[in-house]
Structures are given as structure tokens and as C-alpha cells.
Design a binder for this molecule. Structure first.
Ligand SMILES: N=c1c2ncn([C@@H]3O[C@H](COP(=O)(O)OP(=O)(O)OP(=O)(O)O)[C@@H](O)[C@H]3O)c2ncn1[C@@H]1O[C@H](COP(=O)(O)O)[C@@H](O)[C@H]1O
Length: 111
């Protein structure tokens, strides 16, 4: 699983140097800049919400999964645009692993 993320990170990184935005969607996003990338992240997040609500009503889970993949993908493009990658996010999730969200929240509100 994280092998695929590593490979995708490498492709996304190489697309930053790709001059041919005509033939690469990722290169075209980098060319358009951060605002366009963020617009796509926002759009995909909304689509995830709509697909999840539809799945809850008995709709197709495949659509929810496909929209989540779109959101993950565009989030990876955002990270790459700003010099971060999936490993940074995995490291943060690993740091949190086993730490209850409720405990973490309580530790924040103590002081
Ligand atoms: N995983 C993806 C991926 N997921 C989604 N998309 C593209 O994201 C785009 C936006 O999705 P939308 O549903 O919003 O489609 P749209 O309405 O056409 O979008 P807009 O016109 O509004 O931008 C579509 O063109 C999808 O094909 C992706 N494009 C690329 N990748 C990966 O990135 C690699 C590099 O891609 P290129 O840079 O295009 O070679 C590929 O080999 C893939 O591994």
C-alpha cells in the first residue's frame, strides 16, 4: 500500500518539472498554481460528502470510494506543490497511532 503511495509521490514530484502541461494533468495543475489545486481539493471534498450521504441511503459505495481516491490524489498534489509528500502524512499518522483522539484532545485543553 505505501509502496504505491511512494511510487505516486515520485510521479507527482517528476511532474513538477514537466514542461508539457498539455500531456500531463498533474503538470497542468502545478502550472495553474496553488489556488487551482486547492479549488480541486475543495471540490473533491464536497463530492466525497455527497457520495457518502448517498451510500448511507443505500447508494453505490463504489462512487464514495472513487471520490475518496480523487480527494486523496488531489491532496497529494497539494502536498507535492508545497514540498511535502505522503510519507510526511504517514509519519504523522504513525506518531498518533495508539493515542486515543479523546486523550489527545484532553491533553490539549489541559493548559
Ligand atoms: N491518480 C490520478 C488521478 N485521479 C484523478 N485524476 C484526474 O483528476 C481530474 C479531475 O477530476 P474531475 O473529476 O474533477 O474531472 P474534470 O471534471 O475533468 O476536472 P476539471 O476539468 O474540473 O479540472 C481528472 O482528469 C482525472 O483523470 C488523476 N490524474 C492522475 N492520477 C495519477 O497521477 C499520475 C500522473 O498523471 P498525469 O500527470 O496526468 O500524467 C497518473 O499516472 C496517475 O497515477
Amino acid at each position: 500500500m505505501s509502496d504505491l503511495l511512494k511510487q505516486l509521490d515520485a510521479v507527482l514530484e517528476s511532474r513538477k518539472r514537466e514542461s508539457d502541461a498539455e500531456n500531463s494533468y498533474v503538470a497542468s495543475l502545478h502550472r495553474k498554481g496553488l489556488n487551482k489545486i486547492l479549488e480541486k481539493v475543495g471540490e473533491e471534498a464536497t463530492e466525497v460528502i455527497l457520495a457518502a450521504k448517498d451510500a448511507e441511503r443505500g447508494g453505490d459505495k463504489k462512487a464514495m470510494i472513487a471520490e475518496t481516491a480523487d480527494l486523496w490524489f488531489h491532496s497529494l498534489v497539494m502536498l507535492s506543490h508545497l514540498g511535502a509528500d505522503s510519507q510526511d502524512v504517514l509519519n504523522e499518522l504513525a506518531r498518533r497511532f495508539g493515542l486515543s483522539g479523546l486523550e489527545e484532545k484532553a491533553s490539549r485543553t489541559k493548559d
